[in-house]
Design a protein. Structure first.
Lengths: 246, 248
């Protein structure tokens, strides 16, 4: 039985390799082209550095603003989709809605919002908000479902109202986790925001795509280096903050 | 002060934990509910303020109905019913004083409290309660940095901050070093005597129960099998409560 399952699994994988045209020989033949690409990128053209830095700043702004707004919007949704807090009449529809909207990636949201509000960083912010709200709401609700029910009972027993119970019995238990999730989302949003420019939603991706289209590889490599530096700086800062929280 | 009649609690799927409980506690009594683990002590206490929803029967505290009370009325009863738990149930990341302040939640303006603002008078009550349990000097220490005994004293202060007429204590010493049992029980006896507070304390320990109670209620398999003064607890009563197994 188990062997049959393994066989079927391997067969399926083999078929996907054939269907996607996966071919190690083709990859090997492509290596010189990759090397050529890299060779044409050095030395980086530092004259575009100011533009790259401005783009990076825009990307950080998109991620920061989008994550901050989403962190707040996700709060009520997180509570409403936590099994141990929300009434079933709310829990099921909210959770279903979140699952639906979370199945769409930030980049797809960006396409939608560019069409809706036009080019620039603003649709990028909206896209980050849309995806991050649903993903944070899910993380929040899982944190809420994992709390110790003891303090919640104790606060209920004092005659506190429902909102007071959430504020004094639940929130103190989950707040550090929430903040840590928000920082984690900020890190991934910086990465996601780097490609938002590809679809016209602002930030450093716009420059990368432009220089690649113009076949200006030295300029593109400057943009890439700035992107890498930006992601590393934000990651380091954010993970240091997260360590302090727990 | 506490009037229970015909109380029945069924926990899902269909376990009858308490059945046919009739109990009247007068003001100022120190009642110890005695019984082996699994006898329904915890459920009885939690049903009195409806942390557990009874299936049948009525509960009244200080003349107010508990069973059948709509939410606002239930909160009003809970507000004057302090509760102490075996596991202390403090918010670990909050300070001792913040935990005690939670006892004032039923009295303070809701909106301001949600923003973390408590009237000065309530802060002073909380501080006084912390002082009563001898922990004023640890007011700003986080609950998870306190010892077990200190945590339970903070929990007692939280219950006192409710200005309660009744205090329910569910095995308040079971999670503590036996050497601390006396400290906690003395504290409970103290508030019972000085404020005339009505106390309902569950215990699985026979000696402790006999030493502190003004009245013993024996519980076995969800039914009251004894109700009387400690002096009346003889070998026959112990057997009725604990069965043939030795009392813990």
């Amino acid at each position: 039985m188990r062997r049959a399952a393994l066989f079927v699994g391997l067969l399926a994988l083999a078929w996907t390799a054939w269907d996607t045209g996966a071919d190690p020989v083709r990859l090997a033949r492509g290596v010189p082209w990759i090397l050529d690409f890299v060779r044409r990128m050095v030395p980086p053209d530092l004259s575009v550095l100011p533009a790259a830095l401005a783009g990076a700043l825009k990307t950080v702004e998109i991620a920061l603003l989008g994550t901050a707004v989403a962190a707040v919007l996700a709060l009520p949704l997180g509570f409403l989709s936590a099994r141990n807090v929300a009434a079933p009449a709310l829990f099921y529809p909210v959770r279903a809605g979140l699952n639906f909207f979370r199945s769409v990636d930030t980049l797809v949201y960006a396409l939608v919002f560019v069409a809706a509000v036009g080019l620039g960083p603003f649709p990028g912010v909206l896209a980050v908000v849309a995806y991050t709200t649903t993903s944070l709401a899910k993380l929040y609700s899982e944190a809420i479902e994992g709390i110790d029910p003891g303090p919640v009972d104790a606060v209920r027993a004092t005659g506190a109202s429902r909102l007071q119970v959430l504020r004094f019995g639940v929130l103190p238990q989950v707040l550090p986790l929430f903040l840590s999730y928000v920082l984690y989302r900020l890190e991934t949003n910086i990465r996601a925001a780097t490609v938002l420019g590809f679809v016209g939603a602002g930030g450093i991706g716009f420059y990368l795509q432009t220089y690649l289209r113009l076949i200006d590889y030295p300029a593109a490599s400057t943009v890439l280096l700035v992107t890498v530096a930006m992601v590393m700086v934000v990651d380091a800062a954010s993970s240091r903050l997260r360590d302090r929280l727990v | 002060m506490i009037e229970v009649s015909g109380l029945r609690v069924v926990l899902p799927p269909a376990t009858v934990v308490l059945d046919g409980i009739d109990l009247t506690v007068r003001q100022g009594e120190f009642v110890v509910v005695l019984g082996p683990s699994g006898s329904g002590k915890t459920t009885l206490l939690r049903a009195l303020n409806r942390l557990v929803e009874p299936a049948a029967g009525t509960v009244r505290i200080a003349g107010r109905r508990v069973t059948g009370a709509p939410p606002a009325e239930l909160r009003a009863v809970r507000r004057q019913t302090g509760m102490i738990f075996q596991q202390f149930n403090l918010v670990r990341r909050a300070t001792a004083l913040e935990n005690v302040l939670a006892g004032r939640l039923g009295y303070v303006p809701v909106l301001a409290s949600l923003l973390g603002a408590f009237p000065r008078a309530d802060r002073e009550i909380a501080r006084a309660c912390l002082e009563r349990v001898g922990l004023a000097h640890l007011a700003d220490r986080r609950a998870d940095r306190l010892s077990g005994g200190e945590q339970q004293r903070v929990a007692i202060a939280r219950a006192l901050a409710q200005s309660p007429v009744v205090v329910l204590a569910d095995e308040p010493t079971a999670s503590l070093d036996p050497a601390l049992t006396g400290t906690i029980m003395d504290l409970l006896r103290g508030i019972n005597e000085e404020r005339g507070l009505t106390l309902l304390v569950s215990q699985h320990q026979l000696e402790t129960a006999l030493a502190y109670a003004s009245r013993i209620v024996g519980l076995r398999r969800g039914r009251i099998v004894f109700d009387g003064p400690p002096a009346a607890v003889g070998p026959a009563v112990v057997r009725a409560i604990y069965g043939d197994g030795a009392p813990a």
